[in-house]
Design a protein around this ligand. Structure first.
Ligand SMILES: C[S@@+](CC[C@H](N)C(=O)[O-])C[C@H]1O[C@@H](n2cnc3c(N)ncnc32)[C@H](O)[C@@H]1O
Length: 233
């Protein structure tokens, strides 16, 4: 019950944020980042940080023109707009309809769907790469996260890379919450924290390799408490 309430309250937080950002004739990268929550205390991202994030995703997934790539939890399309110049063929999914409306206006060439991450509206093996940036922290619990990971693998080609980024590290929860409190960042609804072995165990059970790296986005306050995971064939 608690988990469902937690999940529901994040959905309403995001829908409200999307509604507040809606209705502009044009959106700058800063507008998109703000709509996607990268405007609060500890969440500011400079252009150096943005290039760093785009570089990690682009090299981790091996993005190239025409590659079919899914972003799960794409928000208003901030990260997708940073990856535009790779000329991959992107699809975005988010459970917040107001965010998807903004994303459609900003990236008209991209296909978008309003959908829950745990139930994706795609057939098996539909993508050459899948990623999710800054989304797993809003999940209600680890079983939900595992259902999403299964879904990401289902829609990805068997050899496709799957990348999860900006994951709160359970080993650093106390320090993270202390830093967030001191910076005046919100602690409610709570974020979901993950032990690194959760992803390694998930990958090993499915015969996949996992590469876990500490996040190092320059100037991004949450970064020192977060990590990234690349699941590979
Ligand atoms: C911090 S924003 C990140 C958006 C985008 N990835 C970016 O980096 O700009 C988190 C997004 O995850 C979405 N989200 C959170 N939980 C989700 C879920 N269970 N299913 C689908 N989308 C979800 C929210 O609606 C929000 O747009």
């Amino acid at each position: 019950m608690g988990a469902i309430l937690n999940s529901d309250s994040w959905l309403s937080v995001w829908q409200r944020k999307g509604r507040e950002a809606a209705g502009k004739a044009e959106y700058s990268t800063s507008d998109l980042l703000a709509a996607d929550g990268f405007d609060g205390a500890m969440a500011q991202t400079s252009s150096e940080a943005q290039q760093h994030i785009a570089g990690i995703i682009s090299s981790g997934l091996g993005l190239r023109p025409g590659m079919r790539v899914l972003e799960v939890g794409c928000g208003a399309g901030a990260v997708l707009s940073l990856l535009r110049n790779t000329q991959a063929t992107f699809t975005g999914v988010d459970y917040s309809a107001p965010h998807i409306e903004i994303a459609r206006s900003v990236l008209p060439e991209t296909e978008f769907h309003v959908s829950e991450a745990s139930s994706l509206p795609f057939s098996d093996n539909a993508f050459d790469a899948v990623f999710s940036y800054g989304v797993f922290l809003y999940f209600p619990d680890l079983p939900y996260a595992e259902s999403v990971l299964n879904e990401l693998l289902r829609v990805a080609e068997p050899s496709a890379p799957v990348m999860i980024l900006d994951i709160p590290d359970a080993a650093k929860r106390e320090a993270c919450e202390e830093a967030r409190r001191a910076a005046g960042a919100s602690l409610n609804p709570p974020h979901c924290y993950y032990p690194k072995h959760f992803f390694a165990d998930f990958a090993a059970a499915r015969g996949r390799r996992s590469v876990v790296t500490d996040q190092a986005v320059p100037g991004y306050g949450n970064s020192r408490f977060r990590f990234n995971v690349l699941l590979q064939d």
